[in-house]
Design a protein around this ligand. Structure first.
Ligand code: FMN
Length: 336
């Protein structure tokens, strides 16, 4: 067993490694809603409310899930380098944007198992391409569930056609509600295929347009009819493997927990060569979010809906440089 020896003073190179890992995390619309402050022996992770999607994420749930994913990557990177990260989530009631304080200690003994996921941080991507018919081995599904449970959340994975159809119907209801909501449509247009260079979702990451409407796929840019020439039509799997990640409670700390569980699961999926994309639109509507829950999706509060499978390689999405996410009052790695 490892014992904590002492806290370590954070050097520039170490900070750069930790923050590069954290900022490679997935985030809602690639909004990268985070910033960091490095103080002595700890890294503080803040949510950036200026990057919150005020209309589709008014509670800040997706904002904190995104920050939770960044926190998990930071823990993985620290553990892979042999440090022991002591994490306090939402440590200061007076400062609700302070999502987590991570203090690094050195350890005796083996680095934690979490560190073995480090090679998959940059390999992980959201994959909006059709997936193949290849079956996912039950051992891989068991590992995904273990990863989620290790973070205190719940995962249900299934490919039961009736249940998938039920989810697809809810997704369509959500799409329908959304086209009727010009504020949400305008908000999404700011982030998706919006010509942004350091954040947002570029056109080449949108994937093809499904050739039928009744498929479980979230088209984030359905507004061009006919589809833009660089987005061909494609046949998506009719009954994909769907995964629902839930938490027992639904407080801000549970959203941070969900984000950590999500990213741990996605890294394990990547290690098995599995791809995933998100089908979250029903979760962005309070009434429909309740309807996602069923005996099949499991108890608790649904936080993320995903399809998983084997897909072709896809390009990475951009990230902001570290100089933009490190709070100005503190050191920027590499600066004198
Ligand atoms: C909380 C959260 C919600 C997301 N919801 C969706 C979604 O509904 N549809 C989708 O295609 N991608 C969704 N994504 C994926 C992001 O768009 C993606 O992480 C981001 O564009 C960065 O790309 P990458 O994951 O390839 O690094 C979500 C990600 C997070 C963290």
């Amino acid at each position: 067993m490892s014992t904590l020896e002492q806290s370590v003073q954070l050097e520039d190179a170490l900070v750069e490694t930790l923050l590069s890992a954290a900022t490679a995390a997935p985030s809602i619309h690639n909004s990268q809603p985070w910033s960091f402050a490095v103080r002595g022996t700890s890294v503080d992770l803040y949510a950036d409310p200026d990057r919150q999607l005020r209309s589709s994420d008014s509670s800040g749930r997706s904002l904190l899930i995104s920050c939770g994913a960044a926190l998990l990557n930071l823990r993985v990177a620290a553990t892979s380098l042999g440090y022991y990260p002591r994490v306090r989530v939402l440590p200061d009631q007076g400062e609700p944007t302070l999502v987590a304080r991570v203090e690094l200690g050195t350890v005796h003994g083996r680095p934690g198992l979490l560190g073995e996921l480090a090679p998959y941080i940059t390999a992980r991507r959201t994959n909006r391409m059709p997936f193949s018919d290849r079956l996912i081995p039950s051992t891989a599904i068991a590992r995904l569930s273990e990863a989620v449970e290790a973070e205190g959340a719940i995962l249900r994975v299934y490919d039961e056609p009736d249940e998938v159809d039920r989810i697809v119907a809810l997704m369509h209801d959500a799409d329908f509600e959304e086209t009727d909501n010009p504020v949400r449509v305008a908000e999404r247009a700011l982030w998706v295929d919006a010509g942004r260079e350091r954040d947002g979702i570029p056109a080449q990451s949108l994937g093809p347009v499904p050739d039928r409407t009744e498929v479980p796929f979230r088209d984030l840019a359905p507004r061009t009819v006919p589809p833009a020439p660089d987005r061909p039509l494609a046949r998506f799997e009719r009954t994909p493997t769907v995964a629902v990640l839930s938490t027992l409670l639904d407080a801000p700390s549970d959203w941070v927990r969900a984000g950590q569980a999500l990213e741990r699961m996605l890294l394990v999926a990547t290690s098995f060569g599995l791809a995933s994309s998100f089908l979250n639109q029903a979760l962005e509507h309070v009434d429909l979010r309740w309807l996602v829950r069923s005996p099949m999706t499991g108890y608790g509060h649904s936080q993320m809906l995903m399809r998983i499978g084997y897909g072709p390689e896809v390009p990475p999405t951009p990230r902001r440089p570290l100089s933009e996410v490190v709070r100005p009052s503190v050191r920027v790695p590499g600066s004198s």
